[in-house]
Design a protein around this ligand. Structure first.
Ligand SMILES: Nc1nc2c(ncn2[C@@H]2O[C@H](COP(=O)(O)OP(=O)(O)OP(=O)(O)O)[C@@H](O)[C@H]2O)c(=O)[nH]1
Ligand SMILES: [Mg+2]
Length: 379
């Protein structure tokens, strides 16, 4: 079980550009004085904490960050250009350690906090700085200083953005194992999951989020039935619930002799209400959190698309009235966590809802981890 996200990266600042050795050469001034310009400073590597980010995912793809060097100075006292800084955005809560000594270098505890990890080397001075009364034509200039470099270990205690809730056996663990690298135990009996699992999920459009799979809830959980409420605190601070319903219930209900097909959702609705009741008993606020209802195990329903569609329609209306909010587009989504169908549509919906939730929290367009500038500099 991993609750800590980690990445080891190397960051290096740019070297200072060398100063220039040059002399003024003009038509009527054959022995003009020195005019070598200074080299530019190397770019710094700067970390900034960003509340909108929740994982270190991007740092696993790219592990080396190098700020550009300062440019050479040139004649006519022209200074070389400074190397641009590179800015690495890390989630709020990230701890940066020296990768070798493990010493904590910084603990980002407020949004927008900045830290210069490596300072760029200073540009060398051009020869025009070195004239003295006895030495009018210095033929030397300073080289640029080297930029600092560091191997750092980034650590982040993961906080889930999305909680998968539902009855035991709904396929919550199967779903998290499908969309993330988490490898929870999956089995055909209730309460397979005994403690929460967290997984980092790559979303469409390049962002990522943390999803939590918590032990199944059952009616009476608030009185200690099943695993009780013990784990709900892990998902109290999430931005979205995926409320997973076991689609096999539909078939069970649809095949009860004498039952109308329209009654096939009774079992699902009962369970949906039971879970929401437990959530509300734990903390009323959880009932007002954004929620996406998802029916799992589509594969076993595939033979009857008509039934699936009628279930979707009638469930859509019931969800809206029970929850008291408009359903999301296409809600309830219908997926097969085991076969992988409907997953990309689900991730699109998750991405959209999270984006909206973050927009409401403020600072919506701080999505990327690395500023475009740094990409530009790298190439
Ligand atoms: N046919 C089918 N079976 C599935 C699907 N998803 C999960 N299952 C099966 O359903 C059973 C329960 O899956 P889990 O992922 O362990 O369910 P869970 O919700 O995590 O269960 P608990 O941890 O006990 O709360 C397993 O036998 C899975 O193989 C699916 O899309 N289709
Ligand atoms: Mg499970």
């Amino acid at each position: 079980m991993r609750f800590i996200d980690e990445a080891t990266i190397r960051v290096s600042a740019g070297h200072g550009g060398p100063g220039c050795v040059s002399f003024r050469r003009e038509t009527f001034e054959p022995r003009g004085g020195p005019d070598g310009g200074d080299g530019g400073d190397g770019g710094n590597v700067i970390f900034i904490a960003n509340q909108q980010l929740s994982t270190l995912q991007d740092f696993r793809y790219k592990r080396e960050y190098r700020a550009p060097n300062g440019m050479h100075g040139s004649g006519s006292n022209k200074a070389g250009r400074d190397g641009e800084n590179i800015v690495l955005r890390v989630p709020l809560g990230t701890i940066v350690r020296d990768a070798e000594t493990k010493e904590v270098l910084i603990d980002f505890d407020h949004d927008g906090q900045e830290w210069v990890a490596c300072k760029g080397g200073r540009g060398g001075k051009g020869n025009s700085h070195f004239t003295t009364s006895t030495h009018q034509a210095p033929r030397f200039a300073q080289p640029g200083e080297e930029g600092g470099a560091l191997n750092v270990l980034l650590e982040l205690k993961l906080l889930a953005d999305v909680g998968i809730i539902g009855f035991p056996n709904a396929g919550k663990s199967t779903l998290i194992s499908r969309i993330s690298a988490a490898k929870p135990k999956i089995a055909d009996y209730p309460f397979t999951t005994l403690t929460p699992n967290l997984g980092v999920v790559a979303l469409p459009e390049g962002s990522s989020c943390v999803v939590a799979d918590v032990p199944g809830l059952i009616e009476g959980a608030h009185k200690g039935a099943g695993l009780g409420h013990k784990f709900l605190k892990h998902i109290e601070r999430t931005r979205l619930f995926i409320h997973l319903l076991d689609g096999t219930k539909i078939l069970e209900d649809a095949t009860v002799p004498g039952e109308e097909k329209s009654l096939a959702i009774t079992g699902l609705i009962d369970r949906y209400i039971a879970i929401r009741t437990e959530l509300g008993l734990f903390n009323e606020a959880l009932l007002h959190k954004p929620e996406l209802v998802v029916i799992n195990k589509l594969d076993i329903l595939q033979s009857d698309p008509e039934l699936v569609e009628s279930v979707r329609k009638s469930l859509r209306d019931r969800i809206a009235s029970i929850r008291g909010t408009n359903p999301e587009p296409n809600e309830p989504l219908i997926i097969s966590a085991a076969a992988g169908s409907g997953i990309s549509e689900l991730l699109f919906a998750v991405s959209r809802i999270l984006k909206e939730a973050k927009r409401q929290e403020g600072g919506a367009d701080k999505e990327t981890v690395i500023l475009p500038d740094s990409e530009k500099i790298r190439s």
